[in-house]
Unconditional design. Structure first.
Length: 125
């Protein structure tokens, strides 16, 4: 049971860490430009970023971090948790009077984490 909890937390932490790093990187690019993309373009972009990050994670962690019986549950639940984390990060930035980007909203954070997890779901060994 402890191994199961560690595997699920490991997958969650992997997705959350990658998404926070991408969010930090995007802030360094988007803030100076001060441009807001169209929502559908942003959704496509965050989906592509999630796919690329998921593929890159396979290079570092080629094996699944969760038990095979929990892979589908992980695919559905982890993006919800990571999306919530991104909302919390966006709220923190707002309280500090910092600019926010699309990834600080639930739907974009969820989309990034879902596409990231989808790549790992299908291709991690």
């Amino acid at each position: 049971m402890l191994q199961l909890i560690i595997e699920v937390i490991g997958e969650l932490l992997l997705q959350a860490l990658v998404e926070v790093l991408v969010e930090l990187g995007l802030h360094s690019v988007v803030e100076p430009l001060n441009r807001k993309p169209k929502p559908w373009m942003a959704a496509i972009g965050y989906g592509i970023f999630g796919i690329v990050a998921g593929a890159f994670s396979l290079w570092i962690f080629p094996n699944n971090l969760t038990d095979p019986s929990l892979r589908l549950a992980n695919l559905l639940v982890t993006p919800l948790l990571v999306g919530g984390l991104m909302v919390a990060l966006g709220a923190w930035r707002t309280r500090r009077h910092q600019a926010t980007i699309g990834l600080d909203k639930f739907v974009y954070g969820y989309l990034f984490a879902f596409t990231f997890g989808l790549v790992r779901f299908f291709f991690a060994g």
